[in-house]
Design a protein around this ligand. Structure first.
Ligand code: IMP
Length: 173
């Protein structure tokens, strides 16, 4: 079972699924939300549809930042007695970690830059970019839909896109 939370990791899960030859894989989603802003406390908004008891489960994240989301989800899923529970993230930002997390499969490591594209968003915008882009989050919050290539110096830098020659990225396909 491959479980993503909300729709952030959906594009990444699609890439992973294409790379896995095994037919016997279920993709399911769990959605959580903070119910007290900035308290770190969350609740499940949409739960998995499948029973993960006795199954091998990979929890897939788009990005692990503080690690609070992953810690919460691991607690929820491990209580359902999967045979094995492992973790996978497209991007990892260990500098901001609050809850230490062992991640079994990591894509790319980030610094402090905010990243958009490949499922990552600001107010649900930019998810569809076919690559990861480092951008100024505050500017985009004040100008929703602004061109990430123009909003601020350094914004729009393609992260790991072909030819960028640097850093982590989400790939481009
Ligand atoms: P954590 O609970 O602090 O680890 O946060 C994980 C979640 O924060 C991710 O699943 C994203 O939804 C969001 N997030 C963290 N950093 C970024 C970013 O750079 N771009 C977009 N979303 C982010």
């Amino acid at each position: 079972v491959s479980c993503g939370w909300r729709n952030g990791p959906a594009m990444f899960i699609g890439v992973l699924r294409r790379a896995i030859e095994d037919d016997d894989v279920t993709i399911d989603f769990i959605s959580i939300s903070r119910f007290v802003p900035d308290s770190g406390r969350v609740k499940i908004k949409h739960d998995l549809e499948c029973d993960i008891g006795g199954r091998d489960v990979v929890l897939v994240e788009d990005i692990v930042d503080t690690g609070l989301t992953l810690a919460y989800l691991l607690g929820q899923l491990s209580a359902r007695n999967p045979r094995r529970l492992s973790t996978c993230t497209m991007l990892d930002r260990p500098q901001r970690r609050i809850v230490p997390q062992e991640i079994d499969y990591r894509g790319f490591e980030l610094g402090t830059e905010y990243v958009l594209g490949y499922g990552l968003h600001v107010r649900d915008l930019y998810r569809n970019l076919p690559y990861g882009v480092a951008a100024d989050r505050d500017t985009l919050v004040s100008r929703p839909g602004a061109d990430v290539g123009r909003v601020s110096p350094g914004a729009g830098r393609a992260v790991g896109a072909p030819g960028s020659g640097e850093g982590p990225g989400c790939g481009g396909s």
